[in-house]
Design a binder for this molecule. Sequence first.
Ligand code: ADP
Ligand code: MG
Length: 370
Amino acid sequence: MANHNDNGALKHSTALPIHIQGLTKKYGDLYALDSVDLDINSGEFLTLLGPSGSGKTTLLMAIAGFNRPDAGSIRFDKKEVILMPPHKRDVGMVFQSYALFPHMSVAENIAFPLKLRGVSPKECTARVAEALETVQLSGLGDRGIDQLSGGQQQRVALARAFVFRPRILLMDEPLSALDKKLRERMQIELKHLHQKLGVTTVYVTHDQREALTMSDRIAVINDGRLAQVDTPKAIYNHPANAFVADFIGESTMLPLTRDESGYLYFNDRRITDTAVKDAPNGWSLVIRPERLYVVDGEADTNQVVVFDGTVVESVFQGETAFALVAIDEGTELSVRFGTSSAAGTGSLHPGEQVSIGLLREDVIIIPRDR
Ligand code: ADP
Ligand code: MG
């Protein structure tokens, strides 16, 4: 086995699970975190996803030890850390602003956490070189921070966060300052880096696409509360509530009615093929635009829910096209489809009569909030 020690020096032998229970943080009357329970697996890449002001940074800072929660517990494996100062928590952190030291060189920035921990100069040099190589900045160690592009600075911040082999890595919107192309490349690179380091990683973003791309699991947060925690696929295909359905991906939500036997209907179309229990505020149908298609000829309504309508708008957007189709009184469906010739649906015109199909296996129902 020629390769048995590949990356062995960087990979930490013991990544830690994180157990968060009843975590509450108040600013005045505002609950920035409201009784958050979250278990993060050892070595997992977990993303905290939510809109601005939802409590993502507050939760990350609580894990790092930079703020003091009002109630609750944070354990790294079995050890309670809530009263432990940040430097004792063995956590690497990438801040949104990078927070690099402008008067130090690239190598000095990366060496900083090693010096704090009393690592010998010789070992320091070796580890900095290794970290530089990992983030593909070999040869730039002597540069000043102001001689780097935004993407390179981001890599230095990253190298500084993992060079001391922390058992937990926290990143707060680390890619938000980069342009789209670079951001997408860095998403893949960060994923690879995570696989290489094997470190438990909590990643913060408000970008749902980024979360879907990078994560083992996503914790969706809204107003200081977790709305759903699950894999990207499960979050997308089975949103637990309207907030998640709305925040992740595009969706049209239609209010449903329930008959005595428990079947759900949108107007006269039966939506479910099994009985559903009653919900306090009723149920909604969640429709993803790309799960709809133009029905060609007669559809088998045992397999497909059919909506007949009129095209209101049709927009070409490059790799996909988008149409609005008016169905029943006051209801419009968003439809998205590919624009390859094979897709064959790229030519809807306003005023055209169409039948739109939704496979029954693509039906998503959620309980209504109110
Ligand atoms: P996010 O990172 O998701 O954008 P934050 O965790 O920064 O959200 O903030 C959550 C809420 O707590 C927001 O309403 C914010 O205004 C408030 N908040 C955050 N930090 C402070 C602070 N130091 N003092 C008062 N309010 C704060
Ligand atoms: Mg934030």
